[in-house]
Design a protein around this ligand. Sequence first.
Ligand SMILES: *Cc1c(COP(=O)(O)O)cnc(C)c1O
Length: 369
Amino acid sequence: MSALDASKLEITKTTTPKEPLANDKLVFGQSFTDHILEIDWTKEEGWGTPKITPYHNFQMDPATCVLHYSFELFEGMKAYRDSQGKIRTFRPDKNMERMNRTAKRASLPTFDGEEFIKLLDKFLALEERFVPQGKGYSLYLRPTLIGTSIGLGVSSPTKAKLYCIASPVGPYFGAGFKPVSLEATDYAVRAWPKGVGAYKLGANYVSCIEPQSEAAKRGHSQNLWLFGEEGEITEVGAMNVFFAFENDDKTKELVTAPLDGMILPGVTRDSAIQLARARLDSKEWSVSERKLTIHEVKERAAKGQLIEAFGTGTAAIVAPINNIEFRGENIEVPCTAGGSGEIAKNICEWIQDIQYGVEEFENWSRVAN
Ligand SMILES: *Cc1c(COP(=O)(O)O)cnc(C)c1O
């Protein structure tokens, strides 16, 4: 049984290199780099030779298990170009931890995360031309793991493929922030206690699209997923969610849902919590991971105690929220700092400065080459 070994990497370069698109032509997930990184696994042999080859289609038997039982999981991370032209990734160890946790839950093989990061470093060195320059621009990386054994029997895959493709992207919000409106959804549920909401499984997304389309018809860009009789706030489905409140005694609290198995443990969520604890004035602010309900948000908004709300995720970093519709009523959320609240704006700046190597914090930024 071989372990994943980055030193065995074999590279076959494309003979037809593409010209990277201009920054203003970049659309998330629509254009890809010249190559793909792939590592096949079998139960008997373990991890095979890592290969970087020209980007290509997969050939698959129609009975391949990923196509029937959703043996699929993924990660979302980005590579950034710093002011010296060096390529950096942001807390890639966190993505590898999460990917392995998800792989175990999905009966797919786990691997040495550091070896995969080394492979990503080499992939990035090769695709360096596709990492765009400029604040807000990055190369989105999509590590993916699928079951590839053939047959309709419902059991652990005996073959799997770990791969990574990459798509250059621009800022989520063009110029400045554009706050989003959410629909607080309780007629469908994204995740439940002891379920798989805390794992980055493709299967968690498929059931969220129909309610999202419904919310879009009512003018909302995302669902705020509620759980249970009390209307517990969980997350936004591809983003974690934060609320800032002012208390009766004028102290303030930044709140996000706890890691109770019903939310995806976002790297951006964790970074926002750690930075808020380190940098907000602790005499004024407390930062809590606690249960909160839509009713608390509604009541505190009515009392003028809701200061701001925002989502966090790798794609947008922060997405300010200006409205939440719950059962036909709108809860308005202040956005006082040019389409964003102050806290969201600060957290976004703090994270970006680390991602682009302007500032060092806890070794969160890794220089890839
Ligand atoms: C990926 C994801 C997030 C955000 O996680 P980050 O690591 O911050 O990008 C939040 N919720 C869900 C359901 C996700 O899949």
